[in-house]
Design a protein around this ligand. Structure first.
Ligand SMILES: [Zn+2]
Ligand SMILES: [Zn+2]
Length: 380
């Protein structure tokens, strides 16, 4: 097996309640659940594979020599009074370094002070050969579509995954599976079955598909979502995945679009122009606005935001603060130009605009914009 996959950020050490996989296939491919710690950490300094003693910590005041501890092993170290059980700590060690983890640490963390940086790095995780077994299911290209269908209807996986409880199961489970199976035919088979679930009768299946796409916004088929929101909005709008859910499927779909809008093609423009179109429509349609859609427009479609600032505010006055933040990089003159018409528009409250400018902008832009807008205010 030559191909390896590496944890992002060089791998993570995780506390005992975090997930440290038993098998070597699971790796940190995303910041989203299930966020595994790296089970394949190695030390470039001493050459050792890093080991983890779950629920153990050093004994305060005891001097500990890493090499001796590493060679002794956990049971001898405990017998000799060098380490003791502590439920909130996972003790990681190689021959040169000891680290007790009670939260999580990224190995390649640019924020970390060099004196506290750990020398370890993910050594890469193998890609499983199919057929393969995961959580009580047989994973194979030919049977993946049926497995995905069972998963989106909540009857797979057969066993509960080993990571901490996640309310977005089984969408997260499918996302994890997609990350681990070999690229090519297995991933395509999985993604195609997820895509079919987007238009299924059962709203639970659609919710699962959206959860999957939030983790893999560029998976094959994700490009159909924006078009579906336009052509078949009732699949998503006002459809709640659970009775206690605060977000309907349309809002969840918007989360996917926001993720997709982070990516650009070779020509520097967004990979999903239809998603931009959906964002524009949402901001000009009375009813519920989705603030998260405004930010990608500010990044990819600023001329539209400038030109439509007043229309957006007339439709969704509550977006004034977010709108000013998005216009902020343009400078006082262009911010003022975008908002001037709003000071005369009877649908808008000029005081609300001025108040938001005072809150969101700093000097010298603040005074510049306030003076221009005051001058443009409609006569009382
Ligand atoms: Zn790793
Ligand atoms: Zn070392």
């Amino acid at each position: 097996m030559s191909l390896l996959r590496f944890c992002r950020d060089g791998g993570y050490t995780v506390e005992p309640s975090g997930w440290l996989p038993d098998d070597s296939y699971a790796y940190r491919w995303s910041d989203r659940t299930p966020r595994p710690g790296c089970s394949r950490l190695g030390c470039p300094r001493c050459g050792a594979d890093v080991v983890a003693w779950n629920g153990f910590d050093r004994i305060p005041g005891e001097s500990v020599e890493a090499a001796a501890l590493y060679e002794a092993g956990r049971e001898a170290a405990q017998r000799d009074g060098k380490v003791a059980p502590r439920t909130s700590s996972r003790l990681y060690l190689c021959r040169c370094t000891v680290h007790s983890e009670s939260l999580y640490t990224a190995m390649a963390d640019p924020e970390a002070h060099s004196s506290r940086a750990l020398p370890w790095r993910c050594q890469g995780h193998p890609v499983p050969e199919l057929p393969w077994h995961l959580d009580g299911e047989v994973i194979d290209t030919a049977t993946l579509p049926a497995l995905v269908r069972r998963a989106v209807h909540g009857v797979a996986p057969a066993q509960t995954p080993p990571w901490p409880a996640d309310q977005n199961l089984p969408g997260t489970w499918l996302a994890q599976l997609y990350a681990i199976v070999p690229a090519g035919a297995p991933r395509f088979a999985l993604a195609a079955a997820v895509n079919a679930a987007l238009t299924e009768e059962g709203h639970c299946a659609r919710a699962v598909a959206l959860d999957f796409y939030i983790s893999h916004p560029r998976a094959p088929g994700a490009e159909t979502l924006a078009g579906l929101l336009q052509s078949q909005p009732t699949l998503f709008r006002g459809v709640f995945p659970r009775s206690d859910a605060k977000e309907d499927l349309e809002q969840r779909a918007h989360c996917v679009l926001v993720e997709r809008l982070r990516f650009v093609g070779d020509d520097g423009s967004t990979i999903d122009p239809v998603a931009l179109e959906v964002a524009r429509q949402n901001l000009l349609t009375p009813g519920r606005s989705d603030m998260s859609l405004l930010f990608p427009l500010g990044r990819w479609d600023m001329p539209w935001v400038e030109a439509h600032a007043v229309e957006v505010l007339a439709t969704h006055p509550e977006l004034i603060g977010a709108l000013i933040l998005i216009l902020k990089p343009l400078g006082a003159e262009r911010i003022s130009s975008a908002l001037t018409r709003g000071m005369q528009d009877t649908r808008l409250d000029p005081e609300r605009i001025l108040s938001a400018v005072r809150k969101k902008l700093f000097e010298p832009e603040r005074s510049g914009v306030l003076n221009r807008l005051e001058a443009a205010r409609r006569p009382a």
